[in-house]
Ligand binder design. Sequence first.
Ligand code: HEC
Length: 165
Amino acid sequence: MNKQYNVSSSCLSALLLILSVYSLNAQAVEPTGVSQESLANYTPVLSADFKVLLKTADAAAGEEMFMRKCSSCHDNFKSETHGKGPNLWNVFGRKAGTSEGFEYSDAMRQSGHTWGYATLNYYLTRTDRAVPGRIMNFRGIRQDAYRARLLRFLRTMNDQPPPLP
Ligand code: HEC
């Protein structure tokens, strides 16, 4: 009697194990149910309107914004050290999640993109949608005009600022 009970309880644990592995797997595929929109599966493009905004956006206003919204975690100058977030010098042209010495989330390391205007713009619009599972505790900037300013400033944080698109 006792033995029978043991057998069925171990069957039950095996079943539970299978179920939990299965649900973990399902989570890995669709962490927040928006994986079609994550940078791992989607290549954003810049709209013509946004390119126009970028041309006229004010980098100095972007720097001010950076100081208010980003500098608690990221340096605003040439630096190889990290704060709560990785340093952002030369972030244009960097493969996401690869600055030496920073412990990125798996989600960021596996997003598979190189940062440029389109990917940074998309990420900074809604970071949780672009990289579900990211550990950057900042949701995003919804207004195009503000993001354009910020990108104009980020572009200057580079040994060779990339040409405007
Ligand atoms: C609360 C801290 C925090 C704030 C505020 C923050 N970040 Fe981050 N940022 C992080 C962390 C942590 C990561 C690493 C994310 C990961 O690994 O998932 C990151 C990653 C990034 C990356 C990817 C860098 C790489 O090497 O791939 C960019 C770009 C970025 N942040 C830009 C910004 C900008 C621009 C702002 C301001 C609008 C900002 N962040 C605000 C903490 C922050």
